[in-house]
Ligand binder design. Structure first.
Ligand code: S3P
Length: 441
């Protein structure tokens, strides 16, 4: 399906909530399945990725009930040893999180599994989990020998290791920690900078022994002890709104003059709020209101007001893992800021659902913004308040974040600007009601 988005001449105003956090939704299903007792979840993200996780755990013998609107989930956990072999191949769809995290769990089972996903997932690098899990004793083979899915996992007893990950990746870290639940002794991951820590928070809440410390050189060290049991939470697990989805409205409000938007009940976990820090450094007016704790996660309402005179910034280093999924939309906002924005240390963007460096630079060029690729990021030449956009057709490469980014950027065009998104329905991966919600504002 293609979709055309026009520029709008009036400000975006109002308030909205966004669907539940994708990362937390995946983990709620996985850890709920491995817990003893029943986990009740509210605010579950009913996007295709999280539904893939539900599908996989149902195929591993877990009884999971979904409400009609698919935002409430009841998981009848069977404990750490309660999974059954799937008779067939587990389908992870488009979801890297499902593929990598479930691999950590399946490595330690007393049965074999085979998993795969769509065309995109079959091109994404899996060596990054195969290597550390292999060091723990796991037996994982890439069926086609290209270090990508399909993967065959021969479950085996595992042992703890200390692994220095070359990338700050929560998927890699979480795969190792989940395997570490089963492994003998202590399992430790050292990452170049702390990546999102939802696994650590939820594991701790369910009774696992997890510790994190910052090393003197800035790296993060996360350890987990062998675990005998996880216990389902007594209270309903309320998943906050996804800051990665809120990012599109925050960005839209910064691109469209006069806008004033409040996004309620958003997760502002400090390992995820890098976009706010980046926008503040560009001069934006964004505040957190009603800060509170929801279960083990920080939550707030995010109030964003259009700010004249936004300027370019340098975005890199340990900020990158805190805003990795938001970099495409930050690049779009950079187009409307004055001066250049440099995105560095972000080579990981090349191995997301699409090569987000190449795809963004290409798309920005099509709408008339000068941008260039670098080895580990991109440089965007902002047009400031003179921002004007060409009509164009954007190839989203079926990447949900690219589609939503160009939908938002299109709003900054004049009424006659038409940006057509190819395969616009890929937003179903993380935000099925995105176009409706954007329309409401
Ligand atoms: C995720 C981690 C990130 C992120 C992805 C979700 C997670 O990937 O891009 O959308 O839930 O752990 P990496 O850990 O590979 O950077």
């Amino acid at each position: 399906m293609n979709k055309t988005v026009n520029g709008i001449a009036r400000p975006l105003r109002g308030e909205l909530t966004v669907p539940g956090d994708k990362s937390i939704s995946h983990r709620a299903v996985m850890l709920g399945a491995l817990s003893e007792g029943t986990t009740h979840v509210k605010g579950f993200l009913n996007g295709a990725d999280c539904l893939s996780t539900i599908g996989c755990f149902r195929n591993l013998g877990i009884d999971i009930e979904l409400s009609e609107d698919e935002t409430e989930v009841t998981i009848h956990g069977k404990g750490l040893q309660g999974l059954n072999a799937c008779n067939g191949t587990l389908d992870c769809g488009n979801s890297g999180t499902t593929t990598r995290l479930i691999s950590g769990i399946l490595s330690a089972q007393n049965f074999d599994s085979e998993l795969t996903g769509d065309e995109s997932i079959q091109k994404r690098p899996m060596k990054r989990i195969m290597k550390p899990l292999g060091e723990m004793g796991a037996d994982i083979t890439s069926v086609r020998g290209n270090d990508c899915a399909p993967l065959h996992i021969h479950g085996k007893p595992l042992h703890g290791i200390t692994y220095e990950s070359p990338v700050a990746s929560a998927q890699v870290k979480s795969a190792i920690l989940l395997a570490g639940l089963y492994a003998d002794g202590t399992t430790t991951v050292i990452e170049p900078a702390l990546s999102r820590d939802h696994s650590e928070r939820m594991l701790t809440a369910l009774g696992a022994n997890v510790s994190t410390r910052k090393l003197p050189d800035g790296r993060a060290e996360i350890s987990i002890e062998h675990c005998d049991k996880l216990v389902a939470p007594k209270e309903v697990l309320e998943i906050p709104g996804d800051i990665s989805s809120a990012a599109y409205f925050i960005s839209a409000a910064l691109l469209v003059p006069g806008s004033d938007v409040i996004i309620r009940n958003v997760g502002i976990n400090p390992t995820r709020d890098g976009i706010i820090e980046a926008y503040l450094s560009m001069g934006a007016d964004i505040t957190f209101e009603n800060k509170r704790l929801s279960g083990s996660e920080d939550v707030a309402d995010i109030h964003v007001r259009y700010t004249e005179g936004l300027h370019g910034a340098e975005i890199g280093g340990s900020l990158i893992p805190r805003l990795i999924d938001e970099l495409p939309v930050i690049a779009a906002v950079a187009a409307g800021a004055s001066g250049k924005t440099y995105i560095r240390d972000a080579a990981e963007l090349k191995v997301k659902e699409s090569n987000r460096i190449a795809v963004m630079v290409d798309g920005l060029g099509k709408v008339g913004i000068k941008a260039s690729e670098t080895e580990d990021g991109m440089i965007i030449e902002g047009q400031g308040s003179a921002l004007s956009l060409n009509s164009a057709e954007i190839d989203t490469h079926k990447d949900h974040r690219i589609a939503m980014t160009f939908a938002v950027l299109a709003l900054a065009g004049s009424g006659s600007t038409e940006v057509t998104l190819r395969d616009a329905d890929c937003i179903n991966i993380s935000y099925p009601t995105f176009y409706e919600d954007l329309g409401k504002l």
